[in-house]
Design a protein around this ligand. Structure first.
Ligand code: AMP
Length: 143
């Protein structure tokens, strides 16, 4: 259960990815943010942008960190939709378990959308690692 009042858990999955203790299909990194492929994508190209600031939800983010996440999303979104030839996309972020948040490190989802293509279930079916690696390469090539 993730509550809005929770202290930051240094052992959460994204903290481990930031420390390099867990692998990720990295798309972009700068001083303030990291962007990588979601391993249980709801659609091809599903990307996560996270701040390096240890923040559980939007409420914990500094305004600067929030701006950095948006700047990285602004850089990534055109590359993602070009790579998967999507005519639209969604950006979403969930705050607390009550909103569906499952990882207690703030993150922005970027989800390409296509006509007639429903999103798969949230955080349920792991994608093949080779498929993710190939998609990541395609997106990086558009940056
Ligand atoms: P949320 O439910 O908004 O907290 O979203 C967490 C997202 O992280 C989900 O879309 C999961 O599929 C994704 N996810 C969980 N573990 C990993 C991981 N190790 N690498 C990349 N994405 C992950």
């Amino acid at each position: 259960m993730i509550n809005l009042t929770d202290a930051y858990d240094e052992q959460n999955i994204f903290a481990k990815i930031l420390r390099g203790e867990l692998p990720s299909h990295k798309l972009y990194e700068d001083d303030a943010t990291l962007a990588f492929m979601d391993i249980m994508p709801q659609v091809a190209g599903h990307t996560l942008v996270i701040p390096k600031q240890p923040a559980v939800t939007f409420l914990d983010l500094t305004a600067e960190a929030a701006a950095s996440v948006m700047a990285t999303a602004k850089l990534l979104a055109p590359a993602i939709i070009k790579a998967v030839e999507a005519p639209g996309f969604m950006m979403a972020q969930l705050n607390s378990s009550y909103a569906g948040q499952t990882v207690p490190h703030y993150h922005m989802h970027i989800l390409p959308r296509h006509e007639g293509l429903e999103l798969k279930f949230h955080a349920r079916d792991p994608e093949d690692m080779d498929v993710l690696a190939a998609l990541a390469e395609k997106i990086r090539a558009e940056l």
